[in-house]
Design a protein around this ligand. Structure first.
Ligand SMILES: Nc1ncnc2c1ncn2[C@@H]1O[C@H](COP(=O)(O)OP(=O)(O)OP(=O)(O)O)[C@@H](O)[C@H]1O
Ligand SMILES: [Mg+2]
Length: 376
């Protein structure tokens, strides 16, 4: 039997819950060509949300084309440009013959090198002579606008893991170049999203940076307990099983409403359930999940300094005023400078999330493991 939960893949259709308001806002932004920036920690559902809104928006508006670019393994400008050209052309062509035609007609200075995969269903791949692109990147940066105008289309370019452009050589210059082109586009909008909150915030909210005030900022939240409970219940019912309300609530609590972990724990609980999933089954599944991840957690913990661990211990104990002399003494934190340094490092390596000065664990299962196994 097919399992009813999905994690690590884009959540669609029945696997997607909640986010109604966010979906509506995004659909509206896409169809009205408003630039949008989405920020959330890893695995909270950015890609799933953009995917859902993109499909809905294209159903509403048959002139709208949406292309998706993922920068997760893109480390230089060269790669970025060829991906951008390729995806824009693919999204605006219905067959590969048209893609080749477009690649030929929409460039006048650059000469695209076109290759087609052995399987005709494959996308057409487009490359350029890098020295040429360096001299005139404009044609690629304005490609979407040019195609949209010529073909009477509206285009939204979605760029995932956008913070990666901060790792290109001379990122400020590159960002300036992007912004100066993109802000002139009338028929194209951009949806830029990523999971490194601190880097995304730096790119979009620092008034000295080129992308300052580029578009609407959307901070994604976790999924509400009531939505998760209804979701678990209906997914269990779809497969002829049941789950008690207490058990559903416990899954949400133990995963701190983290969308990915909520689905994973629900799945492990479902696998252990014959008829009705109870609180006991969820606890058993949770123990198995923590066990499964413990090796990974040991590896993460080995990279942390003693001062960082002391700080995390105080945070996990729920200490409200960590910088007070008493708390610092009890947890052997050497100074307030040490606290500040630990915070910066822990946010940078994604252990913590900083929401306007409130620090919380990005990974609820890691927090649980530290608290109940490592520090015990
Ligand atoms: N709306 C949703 N309803 C139910 N589950 C969801 C939803 N959004 C995300 N999830 C769960 O979270 C997982 C991660 O979602 P997704 O890949 O969209 O997140 P992301 O923020 O893009 O992650 P990453 O930072 O790794 O790119 C999904 O596989 C699914 O299990
Ligand atoms: Mg994603």
């Amino acid at each position: 039997m097919e399992t009813p939960f999905v994690f690590g893949k884009i959540a669609t259709e029945k696997n997607f819950t909640d986010r109604e308001q966010e979906t509506a806002v995004l659909v509206q932004s896409f169809t009205s060509l408003i630039n949008t920036i989405i920020i959330s920690p890893r695995r909270w559902g950015k890609s799933s949300l953009v995917n859902k809104a993109a499909k809905q928006a294209m159903q509403h508006d048959d002139r709208l084309r949406i292309c998706h670019i993922d920068l997760f393994n893109v480390r230089n400008e060269e790669h970025f440009y060829s991906l951008l050209a390729q995806k824009v052309i693919a999204a605006t062509s219905s067959k590969w013959e048209e893609a080749i035609e477009n690649a030929k007609t929409f460039f006048s200075h650059l000469i695209p090198k076109i290759s087609i995969g052995s399987d005709p269903a494959n996308e057409v791949s487009i490359d350029f002579d890098w020295n040429e692109v360096k001299r005139s990147p404009d044609e690629i940066l304005d490609l979407a606008e040019k195609i949209a105008r010529t073909k009477n289309l509206k285009i939204v370019v979605c760029v995932d893991e956008f913070q990666n452009i901060a790792e290109f050589t001379d990122p400020d210059y590159f960002q300036k170049k992007l912004r100066s082109h993109w802000q002139q586009h009338q028929h194209v909008a951009y949806c830029l999203y990523g999971s490194k909150r601190h880097m995304m915030l730096e790119v979009f909210t620092d008034s000295s940076k080129p992308f300052y005030k580029f578009g609407n900022l959307m901070f994604l939240n976790k999924i509400e307990t009531s939505c998760l409970m209804a979701f678990f219940s209906s997914r269990f019912a779809d497969t002829g099983k049941n789950i008690t309300a207490e058990a559903s609530r416990l899954i949400a609590d133990l995963t701190d409403n983290h969308p990915y972990y909520a689905q994973q724990l629900a799945q492990l609980s479902w696998l252990r359930t014959k008829d009705v999933c109870t609180v006991d089954i969820v606890r058993e599944a949770h123990t198995a999940l923590v066990q499964q991840l413990s090796l990974l957690f040991v590896t993460i913990t080995e990279t942390l300094t003693t001062q960082q661990l002391n700080y995390l211990k105080a945070l996990l104990a729920g200490e409200k005023n960590i910088s007070s002399a008493d708390v610092m003494h009890r947890y052997q934190i050497s100074s307030t400078t040490s606290i500040a340094r630990s915070r910066v490092a822990l946010v940078k390596n994604d252990v913590l999330d900083n929401q306007a000065g409130v620090y919380s664990f990005q990974d609820p299962i890691y927090a649980y493991w530290l608290k109940t196994q490592y520090f015990e």
